[in-house]
Design a protein around this ligand. Structure first.
Ligand SMILES: Nc1ncnc2c1ncn2[C@@H]1O[C@H](COP(=O)(O)OP(=O)(O)OP(=O)(O)O)[C@@H](O)[C@H]1O
Length: 537
């Protein structure tokens, strides 16, 4: 999922190779000129300036491409990850927590440096290798000593910096916790605002310790990096000393080759320093990659899903059957549910708190998959076409949510049905125009539920599922809902399944399902008599 395209990778390698050879050409000319002490008229001036100009133009061209590759990579990954989020099951999302997801999106941002890191690393490694080759061509023993010294310094450097990776992972994890606290501040803003004690505890027991720990880890990481950078820097100076004072002294490198050795090493110090300073980025990218991998494994997303809704002929709804359906949380089991729902029925679901009503709604809407048993639509297993099945439902959950934009296939503007439903839901005195934004502002809870109902009806789906929809309505509108709205919707041919505690209105249902401890303990057909109905629960 977080992968650099093969063509782009190939492109980065080509650029690195070309750039390396041009840079090496420049080094070769400088070295040749200095070593031969023929600063003028040695015929190398034109190739030298041509190399510089060509290398400059190459860099301008490729850098633009690299920036494009970096941003494509990060922005495409953001699209892929957010698309994949839709594939997480509800139960998994609840266990993950949204702060993890914010943390992962931050992790993706680190990858903006990846293409630059790849080209710089390849470029630097190649330059170092070619310089070493050059050293070998001048003096094998001298080159062996230099390679040995560089290897010792690199070993020290990498073994020290490797230890920092665990610290960096800790830092990212404690930033996830910090995201959790900021989420608590924003989502529990009112609850915090009215309690000084809560504010104090959140700040002193959680945020301050978390930020202090993170700060110390961050400082430790930066200090360690700067210490190992300095060590590498001075290690290089040490090698210069060895070239200047030791190698000629013990006769490994002749005096006339010392200048070449120094020029080559000076040249190598650029790429070596670049690799050293990039160590920080290697680790950040590595840690982010680890976190993203772990996240994707946990959410069990194997493929992106930017798919169009199925275009196969729309399903119709005649009959829905639950056959021995069971769904388990750790400490609660729903089912086994055996139930048949027929087209046009108005079913009320009742039961005490925690009896399993909302869990059943999640099963009914396909958000939960039964651990055993099957759900059949018109005789066919819904798991074979869950999207087609869900396309038959309009659902308003207890904690209804109105999206910031219209993601549905209907328009609000100039939609006669919208105006009709606005009146029907007694919202026409509150919303005065048909702008889409007019339904997406802050409303009172009861009003927001009415807006959700308008939007649900505009979907024109045969099944309407409501979880305690009327609970937030005032007595007048609650009465209107049961006595007028439900009969109207029934007349329209809708099948309605509503979770409710309003026993006063049970008579307006065709059937009442009573839940207790996760089981349907009563399935009662409401007997209708002339104008009234008898319901005994
Ligand atoms: N995500 C979850 N993880 C674990 N247990 C859960 C989860 N959601 C609900 N439960 C548990 O499952 C049981 C049934 O919960 P459910 O929300 O279905 O009840 P309900 O009948 O809708 O209750 P209420 O009338 O209070 O809304 C409860 O014991 C609840 O604590």
């Amino acid at each position: 999922m977080i992968k650099i395209k093969k063509t782009n990778f190939f492109f980065l390698i080509i650029y690195s190779l070309a750039n390396t050879f041009l840079t090496l050409g420049i080094l070769y000319i400088v070295n040749k000129t200095v070593a031969n002490k023929e600063l003028v008229n040695n015929g190398l001036a034109i190739p030298f300036f041509s190399f510089i100009i060509f290398s400059y133009l190459l860099n301008i061209f490729f850098q633009k491409k690299i920036i494009r590759i970096s941003y494509d990579f990060v922005y495409d990954s953001e699209i892929n990850i957010t698309n994949s989020l839709k594939d997480i099951t509800l139960i998994r999302l609840n266990s993950l927590g949204t702060e993890r997801i914010h943390g992962i999106l931050e992790d993706i941002r680190v990858f903006i440096f990846l293409p630059g890191v790849i080209t710089n690393t390849l470029n630097s490694l190649l330059l170092i290798l070619l310089c070493i080759g050059y050293l070998f061509s001048l003096s094998i023993m001298g080159a062996v000593v230099i390679v040995l010294l560089i290897s010792i310094i690199s070993y020290l450097y990498f073994s020290m910096s490797k230890k920092l990776s665990a610290q960096l992972l800790d830092l990212r994890n404690s930033n996830d916790d910090f995201n959790k606290f900021t989420q608590d501040i924003l989502q529990g803003f009112k609850e915090l605002k009215i309690s000084a004690a809560r504010q104090y505890n959140l700040s002193h027991n959680f945020i301050i310790p978390n930020r202090n720990d993170a700060k110390e880890t961050d400082i430790y990481i930066s200090n360690s990096f700067s210490a190992i950078n300095v060590l590498s820097q001075y290690g290089l100076y040490f090698i210069f000393g060895v070239i200047l004072f030791v190698l000629p002294f013990i006769g490994i490198v002749s005096i006339d080759k010392v200048v070449s050795f120094i020029v080559i090493l000076l040249f190598m110090s650029g790429p070596i320093n670049r690799i050293i300073t990039m160590q920080n980025l290697y680790m950040r990218i590595g840690v982010s990659q680890k976190r993203i991998r772990k996240f994707l494994k946990e959410v069990d997303i194997s493929a992106t899903s930017d798919k169009q809704p199925a275009v196969s002929s729309p399903l119709s709804f005649n009959i829905l059957e639950f056959s021995h359906c069971v769904f388990d949380y750790d400490s609660f089991t729903l089912g086994p549910i055996n139930l048949t729902i027929k087209k046009g029925e108005v079913i009320f679901i009742v039961g005490g708190n925690g009896s399993g009503k909302s869990t059943f709604i999640n099963l009914l809407t396909g958000l939960y998959t039964p651990s055993t048993g099957k759900v059949y639509l018109n005789g066919g297993d819904i798991s074979n076409n869950i999207e087609g099945y869900q396309n038959l439902l309009s659902t308003i959950f207890t904690d209804n949510y109105i999206f910031s934009q219209n993601y549905d296939n209907y328009q609000i503007k100039k939609n006669a049905k919208y105006i009709e439903y606005l009146k029907m839901m007694e919202m026409d005195s509150i919303i005065k125009n048909d702008d889409d934004s007019s339904v997406r502002r802050k409303f009172s809870k009861g009003q927001s539920k009415r807006i959700s109902m308008i939007l649900a009806l505009l979907e024109e789906k045969p099944l309407l599922i409501l979880d305690e929809w009327a609970a937030d309505q005032d007595p007048h509108f609650r009465k209107y809902f049961y006595e007028n709205l439900i009969p109207f919707l029934r007349q329209q041919g809708k099948t309605i399944i509503a979770v409710t505690h309003d026993d006063k209105y049970f008579k307006h249902a065709d059937r009442i399902l009573k839940f207790e401890y996760g089981k349907i303990i009563q399935d009662i057909a409401v007997e209708k008599e002339e104008d009234s109905a008898i319901v005994n629960i």
